[in-house]
Design a protein around this ligand. Sequence first.
Ligand SMILES: Nc1ncnc2c1ncn2[C@@H]1O[C@H](COP(=O)(O)OP(=O)(O)OP(=O)(O)O)[C@@H](O)[C@H]1O
Ligand SMILES: O=C(O)C1=C[C@@H](O)[C@@H](O)[C@H](O)C1
Ligand SMILES: [Mg+2]
Length: 171
Amino acid sequence: MKAIYLIGFMGSGKSSVLRLLAEKMALPGLDTDQQIEQTTGRTIPEIFKCQGEAIFREKETDTLMKMPKTDAVVATGGGIVESTMNRNWLKEHVFVVYLHTSLAEIDRRLGNDDSRPLWKKHEKTELYERRLEKYRQTADNLIETDGKSPEQVAEEIYQLIRKENTDMLGI
Ligand SMILES: Nc1ncnc2c1ncn2[C@@H]1O[C@H](COP(=O)(O)OP(=O)(O)OP(=O)(O)O)[C@@H](O)[C@H]1O
Ligand SMILES: O=C(O)C1=C[C@@H](O)[C@@H](O)[C@H](O)C1
Ligand SMILES: [Mg+2]
């Protein structure tokens, strides 16, 4: 089965949903941000501070290219769609679910979170609007997360995948 990749803006709940969905599907759950932190031995804010965003993006692409294409659930970093190479890889190889969340809801969830270097910047509205189309273009499916718990979102994706697989088998 094609691996399931979760994309969406910071705070859309990719990492939170990952654990629940991986458990439901009985598949390994991987997170590109966590993978980068493990392989570099640095936190994401440290990488941004010491090496800058461009180096972080290189590491993100290297990490993505090594991720499984089958039998796994993967949560990506919020900026994974910034790179054309990443978008093409996702579209070509895996099943992509876009967790859509309004900016007002993300504001409520993240507040003054300081673990996301790009969340501090005041251009977050512009960043959000610029990325929307990229998430939409890259995804096979969109799930609305506003007003839903991570458990509800995971269940919705689970049902969606079941339906996709049933349709594919023509049952
Ligand atoms: N459906 C939800 N309802 C309410 N709060 C949520 C929901 N999903 C996630 N959260 C909360 O929002 C915050 C961010 O969630 P999470 O880390 O899963 O986002 P993310 O999409 O992985 O972000 P990033 O792209 O930065 O990795 C956490 O505090 C989490 O508890
Ligand atoms: O939206 C983004 O560009 C980011 C989101 C996080 O998942 C991390 O990958 C990092 O903080 C950058
Ligand atoms: Mg995350």
